[in-house]
Design a binder for this molecule. Structure first.
Ligand SMILES: Nc1ncnc2c1ncn2[C@@H]1O[C@H](COP(=O)(O)OP(=O)(O)OP(=O)(O)O)[C@@H](O)[C@H]1O
Length: 256
């Protein structure tokens, strides 16, 4: 069974059809990437899946459950985590604190139990910390563990955002342009992290990315979209060679 099924998804903003009848499935354990020119609707598809936007039509099924009507926090609890194109972390908190916040959807203690700091709360705190420490080790962030986000280099903040997403123990991770703003070397490292997430953690990855070297290296399948509509699906090489995709990119270059 597919982990994610996106069926005929649509949304408009004013008169603009940002997403117009997009369907695809993401299989367990694969890296599935959305590509397309600027304004094609890729981030909007992410916002629909993570339930920040309400679709005007279509259905989203995750792990066999229709999540189309669910609020965003419920979706996180079901096992979908995401990163954002513009990093969204708490700048004046440490890496560790940001990752513990990432555990929020896994908290199962009540407010009065936390107020009294009951043994159940202490046990659960220990478990959260253990898991977060594992994520820190996995993404090689030990040197930055207690540092404030605001003082970290951009490339490290991108990795911390992934760490925050991993701290919620997702089944599916949505990466919105993980290589944007990174150097060639940092992009190389990002490719390793994505491969490790897939191979070592068995995670399923849905990614939006412009850097075709990264896309080609890590993606099992690629879907190209343009003006909100699906254009071509296949391997990175197949999609890049598709005349409709070439035309869509040339069209945006000609008008930009
Ligand atoms: N909240 C919003 N309100 C109004 N219009 C929006 C909103 N979000 C997206 N759009 C519009 O929807 C279209 C698709 O935008 P989207 O950000 O999804 O594209 P994208 O493929 O992610 O682009 P990029 O690669 O530049 O990030 C654009 O025309 C954009 O202006």
């Amino acid at each position: 069974m597919s982990l994610l099924q996106v069926k005929d998804l649509s949304i408009s903003f004013g008169g603009v059809k940002a997403v117009d009848g997009v369907s695809f499935t993401v299989e367990p354990g694969e890296v599935f990437t959305l590509v397309g020119p600027n304004g094609a609707g890729k981030s909007t598809i992410f916002n629909l899946i993570s339930r920040l936007y309400e679709p005007s039509a279509g259905q989203i099924v995750f792990d066999g459950q229709d999540i189309t009507g669910l609020p965003a926090h419920k979706v996180a609890g079901l096992g979908i985590a995401r990163t954002f194109q513009n990093i969204e972390l708490f700048d004046h908190s440490s890496v560790l604190q940001n990752l513990l916040i990432g555990r929020h959807c896994r908290r199962n203690t009540r407010w009065f139990e936390e107020l009294l700091f009951l043994p159940k709360v202490r046990r659960s705190e220990r478990q959260h910390r253990l898991l977060v420490e594992e994520v820190i080790d996995f993404l090689d962030l030990a040197a930055y563990r207690d540092k404030l986000i605001a003082g970290l280099p951009y490339g490290v903040r991108k990795v911390v955002e992934i760490a925050r997403a991993l701290s919620s123990e997702p089944k599916l991770i949505l990466l919105d342009e993980p290589a944007s703003g990174l150097s060639v070397e940092e992009t190389q490292n990002m490719a390793w992290w994505i491969e490790d997430m897939q191979k070592d953690l068995g995670l399923t990855v849905l990614m939006v990315e412009h850097d075709m070297s990264l896309v080609s290296r890590v993606s099992n399948r690629v879907l190209a979209v343009s003006e909100g509509r699906p254009l071509a699906m296949g391997t990175a090489a197949e999609v890049q060679a598709d005349p409709k995709v070439i035309e869509a990119y040339l069209g945006t270059e000609a008008t930009s």
